[in-house]
Design a protein around this ligand. Structure first.
Ligand SMILES: *Cc1c(COP(=O)(O)O)cnc(C)c1O
Length: 448
């Protein structure tokens, strides 16, 4: 059977121009192990993007496999309204120990975007039910990414995904200024005082009274090109939110679970958001699940006699799915038993060191930035002026194609090449994938 042809006959792949598949047909994956994926011809690919940032501990981890197998023979799924199960309860008991203090009420969804929708609706309804019905707008950062459903797209600020749909989207207050590589204030992220925060202050002064919540990707704006900003911004934002009675929603979908070096990116700022959205690493990249977790205070605003109509009437069929919960529990067990996040921090130092050594020698590398094991290499036309590459040349995409031939999955964000590997990556693989990426980058940059 020609599986590639059969695929193209039926399948419309996500986030893809399907015509590109004429020259780069889909790779048919047969199995996975650790950071390796194997196609049906036995060729190995190093998954250093964690299969869209969700695979946390490697593919087909024996302990997670065993946990799901055990669960599937006990209970596969059950309605989650008025019914519950030990797996979901156990997960919450464990999660509460690693979450920022004060986050204690868990509402389940089955994908990241849905958890974002849930957070936004929850915040709006909270204000409505606490005598602030005028608070019905949201604020978000420039270059934000929060998912692809309509409200999630509305708070997002990456035009590639949202531009076309603008006529359908909510009117969101956008806060500009946060851009540490091309800082409009000419500061440097390692020692600035978040001068750009004045733009948030201005926005709150103008719109704070009509705003329900601000949503942020803490420290790392992933889809915007792995843009990194300092924790001070979050600290300041917490204070500003308190002043104006605006909820702070943390989208930790990409940053949670040790990706930034601590369990959550918010841990660097030592403050608690009002709502936190989790997905991706939550099940180790095994099962679609997401959670919006919030405070007792928000929960209490929905708690009343039925006829008062204050319940949160939001549901997903697969809320609290036991298979996903069993994977999520085992992920937490492994992180704890094997000191995965602590060990990943040591690996991160090595990874960042070799990436700087290898890539900064190229004139087209404008910046190498890193947080945790995530490393991004931004290609520019001119290092001095930071002028971007000509996007029509699709330099990142050319590098991606070459690296695939050599068995490394990069999938750049435009002309930002990045690594976001499973936390269990070993030195040997760090050496290998950076060598291949460098080789491919040189081939593409120098052949033009
Ligand atoms: C992936 C992602 C989402 C959306 O999650 P989906 O499961 O793809 O809907 C939202 N926010 C951030 C920061 C993400 O990285």
């Amino acid at each position: 059977m020609d599986w590639q042809n059969e695929d193209l006959k039926y399948i419309w792949h996500p986030c893809s121009q399907m015509k590109d598949y004429e020259t780069l047909p889909p790779i048919v994956v047969e199995k996975g192990s650790g950071i390796n994926l194997y196609d049906i011809n036995g060729k190995c690919y190093k998954d250093v993007i964690s299969s869209w940032w969700c695979n946390l501990l490697g593919h087909c981890h024996p302990r997670i496999n065993a946990a799901i197998k055990k669960q599937v023979d006990t209970l596969e799924h059950v309605i989650f309204a008025n019914f519950t199960h030990k797996t979901a309860i156990t997960l919450c008991q464990k999660l509460i120990k690693v979450l920022p203090k004060g986050l204690c009420k868990f509402n389940f969804a089955d994908n990241g975007s849905s958890a974002i929708e849930m957070g936004l609706k929850m915040s709006f309804q909270y204000h409505y039910q606490t005598d602030n019905p005028q608070k019905k707008r949201f604020m978000a950062l420039n270059d934000a990414y929060h998912g692809e459903t309509l409200a999630a797209l509305s708070v997002g600020g990456v035009d590639l995904y949202s531009e076309l749909y603008k006529p359908l989207l909510l009117d969101v207050v956008r806060i500009n200024g946060l851009d540490c590589y091309r800082c409009p204030y000419n500061k440097c992220r390692d020692n600035c005082s978040c001068e750009c925060f004045e733009q948030a202050e201005n926005a709150f002064e103008k719109y704070g009274n009509e705003t329900a919540a601000i949503i942020v990707e803490p420290l790392l704006q992933g889809s915007a090109g792995m843009k990194i900003y300092p924790p001070l911004y979050l600290k300041k934002l917490r204070q500003l939110c308190d002043k104006y009675n605006v909820h702070l929603i943390a989208d930790e979908i990409a940053t949670g679970y040790g990706r930034t070096g601590k369990f959550f990116a918010f841990d660097y700022a030592n403050v608690t958001p009002d709502i936190m959205c989790l997905s991706k690493g939550l099940t180790g990249g095994y099962m679609p699940m997401a959670i919006a977790v919030t405070t007792q205070k928000i929960y209490d605003a929905f708690y009343d006699d039925y006829l008062k109509g204050k319940a949160f009437m939001h549901s997903h069929t697969y809320s609290g799915n036991p298979l996903a919960c069993s994977a999520a529990i085992e992920v937490l067990n492994i992180l704890e038993d094997e000191y995965i996040i602590e060990k990943a921090q040591d690996k991160a130092k090595y990874f960042n060191k070799i990436i700087k050594e290898k890539f900064l020698q190229l004139d087209n590398v404008g910046e190498v930035r890193s947080i945790g094991l995530i490393n991004a290499i931004e290609l520019v036309k001119n290092r001095e002026t930071k002028e971007p590459m000509d996007s029509a040349k699709r330099t990142g995409y050319q590098i991606y194609k070459k690296a695939l031939q050599k068995g490394v999955i990069l999938r750049p964000l435009g002309d930002v090449i990045y690594f976001n590997p499973p936390l269990i990556i070993e030195k040997e693989d760090m050496d290998f994938v950076t060598d291949i990426a460098l080789e491919c980058m040189k081939e593409v940059l120098f052949e033009k």
